[in-house]
Design a protein around this ligand. Structure first.
Ligand SMILES: NC(=O)c1ccc[n+]([C@@H]2O[C@H](COP(=O)([O-])OP(=O)(O)OC[C@H]3O[C@@H](n4cnc5c(N)ncnc54)[C@H](OP(=O)(O)O)[C@@H]3O)[C@@H](O)[C@H]2O)c1
Length: 336
């Protein structure tokens, strides 16, 4: 028999008798499990669900998420404002919803991942929007990165119609979304968080439950504020190296050997050195997140001077037409 090597986090399928195949993940065994001595054994957590899943917003993030939901055996109904983006997923086995309201009314749990606070509100409150499909027991999970006020308003309207609400923004990028390795920050209805377990297993490597609605939005903005400021600092260092006659490649080699070494630092520098600014995380969205994080600090009189400085550089990059490039194109704001 061929040897199979498994690692924690690997996804597997199990088949028991005449039951349909069910997805699972290799996890640490429970502490009290009595394992056969001397035998290497794996512990599989089966996580499938029979809930009907809806998904609204097939952008960079939503596309990877929906592919992984389908791969892990979920029944998914999709809708996107630009309808053609649904075609690929219909070929992969998804069902098509004609409006957000129709998706919500035909599904048990509907997820959404759209660009910004305005889009998140339009989707729920607009004509044939999510709210039109909410009835008691319907579940809505907003995965967009927005501010706490927006998500609180959405939670209130959904709950006022008898729906259940969870916010679940994600940390990651397009590649991590495709790989099902996002980090999910959730807050709101704890029961719904647990009901989403199968979906979160398919799309993410881990998830955090952070309490009441608004907490995940705040935490997400803080995470992205750190990431966005770091990216601007990397660009500043690389350009300063260049104008002072230092090798940018050597700067990267030195950073990679030090304590700042990370996949993020290495990938973003490599992309800059190759002049590759294909979006993995749109520059316009990291600038939106910095702007919202600064407003968060503003609301509690907490200084955010580093984020404010980084935000100015991203604004300059946007003025240079870099919005739809990767956030690493902030580099171009330093070239004069
Ligand atoms: N990309 C990343 O690395 C990353 C990482 C973490 C978090 N995020 C967050 O995840 C969210 C989505 O990001 P993304 O990269 O997937 O964005 P994206 O590729 O630009 O996709 C945006 C999606 O929002 C839809 N949309 C925009 N305005 C809308 C409106 N008024 N009504 C309905 N739908 C609307 C778009 O529809 P159309 O196709 O019709 O334009 C598209 O499906 C953002 O909040 C972003 O900050 C992104």
């Amino acid at each position: 028999m061929a040897a199979v090597s498994l690692r924690l986090g690997d996804l597997v399928w199990g088949k028991l008798g005449r039951y349909p195949p069910w997805p699972g993940k290799i996890v640490n065994p429970p502490k009290d499990l009595k394992k056969p001595r001397g035998k290497k054994c794996f512990f599989v957590k089966f996580f499938g669900t029979e809930d009907q899943i809806g998904f609204l917003g097939l952008g960079l993030m939503g596309s990877g998420i929906v592919s992984n939901l389908l791969k892990m055996g979920h029944t998914v109904t999709v809708w996107n404002r630009t309808a053609e983006k649904c075609d690929l997923f219909i070929q992969e086995g998804a069902r098509l919803g004609r409006t957000p309201a129709e998706v919500v009314s035909t599904c048990d749990i509907t997820f959404a991942c759209v660009s910004d606070p305005k889009a998140a509100k339009d989707l729920v409150l607009g004509p044939s929007g999510v709210l039109q499909g909410i009835r008691p027991g319907k579940c809505y999970v907003d995965m967009s990165t927005v501010d706490a006020d927006t998500v609180t308003e959405l939670a209130q309207v959904i709950v006022s119609r008898g729906g259940r609400f969870l916010e679940a923004p994600v940390s990651g990028n397009q590649q991590l979304s495709n790989d099902g390795m996002l980090v999910i920050l959730a807050a709101g209805d704890r029961g719904l968080y647990e009901d989403c377990s199968s979906c979160f297993q398919a799309m993410g490597k881990t998830s955090f439950f952070l309490g009441e609605v608004g907490n995940a939005a705040k935490m997400m903005l803080i995470v992205n504020m750190v990431q966005g400021s770091f990216m601007a600092t990397i660009a500043e260092g690389l350009t300063l190296a260049q104008v002072t006659g230092q090798s940018q490649q050597t700067l990267l080699d030195i950073l990679n050997q030090g304590q700042l070494a990370s996949i993020f630092l290495d990938q973003k520098c490599q992309n800059i050195l190759q002049g590759n600014f294909k979006p993995d995380f749109y520059l316009k969205y990291i600038q939106k997140d910095l702007r919202l994080a600064i407003a968060l600090g503003d609301a509690v009189n907490h200084p955010t001077p580093m984020a404010a400085a980084a935000n100015e550089v991203y604004k300059r990059a946007k003025a240079l037409d870099q919005s739809d490039n990767d956030m690493s194109a902030v580099y171009r704001a330093y070239i004069h």
